[in-house]
Design a protein around this ligand. Structure first.
Ligand SMILES: NC(=O)c1ccc[n+]([C@@H]2O[C@H](COP(=O)([O-])OP(=O)(O)OC[C@H]3O[C@@H](n4cnc5c(N)ncnc54)[C@H](OP(=O)(O)O)[C@@H]3O)[C@@H](O)[C@H]2O)c1
Length: 332
């Protein structure tokens, strides 16, 4: 087998990782061995290798947090019916997925259909569930007329959020920072797309036409977040899930006091750790169905074989905005 192992913590992943060969692992009791098809390259994987994430891997660990593959062996006392099952690996930080073969616990896997798109299923674990949780666990999810505002709307999370909001019948107001990104976002069914910058407040006011946002979902921070915060309904919520500008999210005192708006955060791993396994599995099964019927997808920019991992890491540090990067394992 081959795997990308962390050799040392470094902000430059080409210095932090090494492609290593090893004997195919034997699953221990309660574990399964998965032959991988595809594994997503997320910014959080690079942050983890840089020691800048909530979870810091130890040197020697395989990097990568989600992916898809097929169970090819099970350990002693483990359900043999799992052999042959195609599975998505969730981001439980108990296994690394940038490897041809991965040993994992069945609790960290979701069964996926044989005929599903490997790249879309590889991305199941993190971004679709993040978008679903942002929508369902904040504000008034059962209000059919609710407006959702979001920054970085052309991100993968943004794409899933727009498609899910459309599926649930909610209206979205989407902020992007580049005009050509706006065309992508409109193509996903977004009601309104506005450009970040000095005119953002005017553009949001015009788009909402007197309505207010139930929630504002933010992965950028800084002025864009506070502008959306000004358009929250009374008691509305600004939910931050990343700080891509490096600036903290902000709500003014006027919004916090006069409008009783709230500022909160979301990390998927917190949800997963605090949710009954049966519940989280059921939620994931719904997403598998929505990916299967084409309701949910995210754009893919490029894929890389593991041997070209340095090119992959260089590409991951200079995103083009054209979609996600993934490893694929064509020799498996
Ligand atoms: N809290 C959680 O549980 C959770 C879960 C999933 C993801 N995340 C985080 O959410 C973020 C989005 O993930 P993703 O996979 O959807 O990302 P992605 O598809 O790679 O998209 C990145 C987005 O961020 C925008 N962006 C990057 N730097 C920016 C800046 N300085 N100012 C404004 N916008 C900026 C990009 O805009 P351009 O296209 O214009 O460059 C693009 O829209 C990542 O930081 C990820 O780590 C958090």
């Amino acid at each position: 087998m081959q795997r990308l192992a962390l050799t040392r913590i470094s902000a430059d992943p080409t210095h932090a990782l090494d492609l290593q060969s090893a004997a195919e692992p034997t699953p221990a009791p309660g574990q399964v061995l998965i032959q991988m098809e595809a594994a997503t390259i997320n910014q959080t994987d690079l942050l983890a290798a840089a020691g800048q994430y909530f979870v810091t891997p130890t040197p020697g660990a395989t990097i990568g947090s989600e992916g898809v593959g097929r169970v090819i062996a099970v350990g002693h006392d483990t359900d043999t019916a799992l052999v042959g099952q195609r599975v998505a690996l969730l981001a439980t930080y108990r296994h690394g997925t940038w490897a041809t073969h991965v040993v994992a616990s069945p609790d960290d896997l979701i069964a996926v259909p044989d005929d599903g798109d490997a790249l879309q299923l590889a991305m199941l674990g993190i971004n679709p569930m993040t978008a679903l949780r942002l929508l369902r666990d904040h504000g008034n999810p059962d209000d059919p007329d609710r407006w959702i505002g979001q920054t970085a709307a052309n991100s993968a999370v943004g794409e899933y959020l727009i498609k899910l909001a459309h599926h649930f019948g909610h209206r979205t107001l989407n902020v992007v920072r580049r005009e050509h990104a706006a065309d992508d976002v409109r193509g996903w069914g977004a009601e309104h797309v506005v450009l970040d910058g000095p005119d953002l407040d005017d553009a949001v006011t015009a788009a909402l036409a007197g309505d207010t946002l139930d929630i504002a979902v933010d992965s950028v921070g800084g002025p864009a977040s506070s502008t959306l915060g000004q358009h929250l309904r009374y008691g509305g919520t600004l939910v931050t899930y990343a700080a891509q500008s490096g600036q903290p999210p902000a709500l003014s005192q006027a919004d916090l006091i006069g409008n009783q708006a709230s500022l909160t955060g979301f990390w998927l791993h917190n949800w997963w750790q605090r949710t009954q396994l049966a519940t989280s599995r059921e939620e994931y099964r719904q997403l598998v169905d929505l990916i299967g019927d084409g309701t949910l997808s995210a754009r893919v920019d490029r894929t890389f074989p593991l041997a070209n991992w340095r090119d992959a890491m260089v590409a991951a540090q200079a995103p083009t905005g054209a979609g996600k990067l993934l490893f694929t394992f064509p020799d498996n």
